[in-house]
Ligand binder design. Structure first.
Ligand SMILES: Nc1ncnc2c1ncn2[C@@H]1O[C@H](COP(=O)(O)OP(=O)(O)OP(=O)(O)O)[C@@H](O)[C@H]1O
Length: 490
């Protein structure tokens, strides 16, 4: 059949409003978009909002190869109706696999670094909605292809309520399509921006921080360093709980779990009842015997410099190599941002932000009288312990999430029950019926990005000029800043 695929048009600002009627999807995509790279967030945002045409063209089907992951329901989602729907579809499929023809695209949700994300549902089951991440491998550099590979690999390992479930991976022609959970409530960054003063109430900060902590703990236990923690990457599920997304910057390391029994004096036996997890201390005892389970990739080591600049740990900025500590640093920045609506090292420019991160000056808290006092001291203490520049002394770096869970800021949280907690009621936190579209994100930062920044700004007195002129390797930014004693921080 010649070119019978119907065309879906997602036009500019209309994309949020338009519902696309029945389309006869088939197995190969023809993408007519040209947005290959996203030089800046505004450019990227405008590209993301520009016209996008996807055709599903049956005539190309004959030459496309299709492979599909065999689907095994994950344990924690075993009873999820989506799995039943997937199972029903595969039972009816001639080869027992899910194909693109089983899916009906509803609309474009957003465009990322690697590809586009669509809301879709199974043709025979409208209630089984998913997000489909479509990656056109032909348009990607080898570096980005390795990110796709990493993302798919990590997704296939996950089985956790605060992380996405990969329902299917579909390889069609030069497209890789990942079928994951759809989060209809947008992301935490957009939600934060809707709050008065761009700040969450402390109870909400505790809730989101606790869920993120549990998600990071799980990733670390698998030896996965996330490296891209920021509110934009935290999507909100239908029930208001979080889902960490975007795994293309992760790196995998070995992890050797250890379990020790620790004796310690109880601070407050009643309050700490659940701090040790399911096997917490018995209330009323003076001395507790706590099992200490550590599954933290403490020997992880990478030299690649990735992440979003406001969230970069000093060891990433210095290029001296990093490990698990970068996630705990980012976690400190994250708690700070939820609490104060801005990040702690943000400068007038990216350069200044990096300089502030690398500087040996102690981080300061803004004078925010509006931030409620109860528990604020604990919150500040937690942030200070996470934002320790030396990763060896940073909270979480040696024993992982257990150390952080035991911090007084989280006192009273019953960790094993956390997924059953009622999400906080915050401004704008109501589920939108039809999902959300992409938004302008703080872009990830790379050394290449910094080079461009520096070449553009050749003012002789500027830090960038001095960096360019100096014999110091650009990767060694931390040393450079130390040695050149910048006059002021932004
Ligand atoms: N599971 C999902 N449910 C709902 N919307 C999603 C989902 N996954 C992604 N999106 C939307 O699609 C957009 C693009 O997502 P994608 O993961 O491709 O890139 P990204 O989050 O912008 O990350 P990056 O470009 O940094 O890799 C997101 O900004 C988000 O708005």
């Amino acid at each position: 059949m010649a070119d019978v695929g119907e065309t879906l048009n997602f036009q500019g600002v209309m994309e949020e409003e338009t519902y696309f009627p029945d389309t006869d999807l088939d197995l190969s995509f023809t993408s007519t978009t040209t947005d290959r790279t996203f030089p800046s967030s505004s450019a990227r945002s405008s590209l993301a909002r520009s016209s996008l045409t996807l055709s599903f063209n049956e005539s190309r089907l004959s030459c496309s190869t299709i492979t599909v992951n065999n689907i095994t329901p994950l344990y924690h989602r075993k009873w999820d109706p989506r799995w039943s729907a997937i199972k029903a579809a595969t039972n009816l499929s001639s080869d027992g696999n899910i194909h693109l023809r089983h899916l009906k695209l509803i609309r474009h949700l957003g465009t990322g670094n690697l590809g586009r994300v669509f809301l879709c549902h199974l043709r025979d089951c409208e209630n089984a909605t998913f997000a489909l991440k479509v990656i056109d491998r032909e348009t990607l550099s080898s570096k980005k292809l390795s990110h796709v590979q990493m993302e798919a690999e990590i997704l296939s390992m996950l089985d956790h309520p605060f992380l996405p479930t990969l329902y299917a991976r579909i390889e069609a022609s030069h497209y890789t399509c990942l079928l994951i959970d759809f989060c209809p409530n947008g992301d935490l960054h957009s939600l934060l921006r809707k709050q008065p003063g761009n700040r969450f109430p402390l109870a909400a900060v505790r809730f989101f921080a606790a869920e993120v902590l549990v998600a990071l703990e799980y990733l670390h236990a698998l030896g996965i360093i996330y490296r891209d923690l920021k509110p934009e990457n935290i999507l909100l599920r239908e029930d208001g709980h979080i889902m960490l997304s975007d795994f293309d910057l992760c790196f995998k390391a070995d992890v050797v779990p250890t379990c020790k029994f620790l004796r310690r004096k109880s601070r407050n036996s009643k309050r700490n009842c659940f701090n040790g997890g399911c096997f917490g201390p018995v209330a009323g005892s003076v001395e507790e015997v706590l099992p200490e389970f550590v599954a933290e990739p403490v020997t992880a080591f990478s030299r690649s410099c990735v992440g979003t600049h406001e969230y970069l740990a000093p060891e990433l900025v210095s290029g001296s190599g990093h490990g698990n500590g970068v996630d705990w640093w980012a976690f400190g920045v994250f708690v700070y941002e939820l609490l104060y609506g801005t990040t702690p090292f943000k400068g007038g420019s990216k350069e200044n932000t990096l300089r502030n991160i690398a500087s040996s000056r102690k981080m300061r808290f803004p004078d925010a009288a509006e931030v409620e006092e109860a528990r604020i001291a604990e919150a500040k203490d937690l942030i200070e312990k996470l934002l320790v520049k030396d990763p060896r002394r940073r909270l979480g770096c040696t024993k992982g999430a257990q150390d952080i869970k035991q911090h007084p800021f989280f006192d009273g949280i019953k960790w094993p029950l956390i997924r059953h907690y009622k999400p906080p009621e915050v401004v704008g936190g109501v589920a939108r019926k039809r999902g959300h579209v992409g938004h302008v994100k703080r872009r990830r930062w790379s050394w290449k990005g910094l080079d461009c920044l520096m070449i553009r700004n050749r003012n002789k007195g500027s830090l960038s000029y001095r960096l360019l002129r100096s014999n110091i390797n650009a990767n060694n930014y931390y040393d450079y800043v130390q040695n050149n004693k910048p006059r002021k921080n932004a």
